[in-house]
Design a binder for this molecule. Structure first.
Ligand SMILES: NC(=O)c1ccc[n+]([C@@H]2O[C@H](COP(=O)([O-])OP(=O)(O)OC[C@H]3O[C@@H](n4cnc5c(N)ncnc54)[C@H](O)[C@@H]3O)[C@@H](O)[C@H]2O)c1
Length: 259
């Protein structure tokens, strides 16, 4: 897909990767961009900058996602590309409360299901439509110290695969963006010392947006701003036990750093 003249909706578009994608899509000539975010000020600032429309919403509330989709169609006609990108991370392990699990499941997983439910009937009727899910390398490889996050991101990869298998023959295209560290508020909240182990090798959000546009152009399912993730994923499939051993070695190094 080329972005020129397209109608695009981006959730989590007010900051980080979503903001960089909105800017890049505008530069590529998209005709209408809806910047949707819980952070209304962030969304408004990005929309003002690129001549788009801001919508404040909580993606974990199904009616709000439905309203976003219907409102965008009413204002700009059929949606060509919907980027389900909004996401959060939690502190991380078995100590995370059930409330925390429910919250992250709502934002990182169910929001993707709500978006698909709202969009797919339109796209099947039209015979085309493109859904980009922002998952994570943690959805392919499991992030150290990131239990609920990794679970939700694995689930998003599965939702994306299922949608591609089920609706691909009816013209629906699906891609899954799986970055490792990206220097956004989310990653920087982990601090700037060595224990923030994804910082070395991290990318700027603008670099990710460039790779997204290339991936959409090629209509590739897996979009990997960090190409090494493909190699790690291959090694995991090749020898699961060896991969787990390597991950445990990495875990031990991080435990040592964190004292
Ligand atoms: N930064 C990284 O290292 C990294 C790596 C892999 C994947 N990701 C994924 O990229 C996506 C974007 O994250 P980011 O790094 O740009 O972080 P970010 O915090 O800069 O941006 C996330 C955006 O999502 C919005 N958001 C959060 N909860 C929301 C809700 N309930 N409803 C609507 N909007 C909501 C936030 O307001 C924010 O604007 C996330 O899905 C994240 O999991 C990030």
């Amino acid at each position: 897909m080329e972005l020129n003249d397209k109608h695009v909706v981006v959730t989590g578009g007010g900051n980080g990767i979503g903001r960089a994608m909105c800017r890049k899509f505008a530069a590529e000539g998209a005709r209408a961009i809806v910047v949707a975010d819980l952070d209304g000020d962030g969304a408004s600032a990005v929309a003002a900058e690129i001549g788009g429309t801001a919508v404040r919403l909580n993606v974990s509330v199904e009616e709000e996602v439905q309203r976003l989709v219907e409102g965008a169609i009413e204002a700009n006609g059929p949606i060509d590309l919907f980027c389900a990108n909004a996401g959060i991370i939690t502190p991380g392990g078995l100590d995370d409360s059930n409330e925390t699990w429910q919250r992250i499941l709502g934002i990182n997983l169910m929001a993707h299901v709500y978006a698909a439910r709202a969009l797919i009937p339109h796209w099947v009727a039209r015979g085309e439509g493109y859904l980009l899910h922002t998952a994570s390398a943690a959805g392919l490889l499991t992030g150290i110290g990131q239990l609920p996050y990794s679970v939700t991101k694995h689930a998003v990869v599965s939702v994306a695969e299922w949608l591609s298998i089920t609706y691909g023959n009816q013209g629906v295209k699906v891609s899954c963006l799986c970055p490792q560290g990206v220097r956004t508020n989310m990653l920087m909240a982990g601090g700037e010392d060595a224990s923030n182990f994804l910082l070395p090798g991290s990318k700027a959000p603008e670099e990710v947006a460039d790779v997204v546009v290339e991936g959409l152009r090629d209509e590739r399912f897996l979009i990997l701003p960090h190409p090494e993730v493909a190699e790690f994923f291959r090694r995991k499939a090749d020898d699961y036990d060896r991969w787990l051993k390597g991950m445990r070695r990495w875990q031990a190094q991080i435990d040592e750093l964190r004292g």
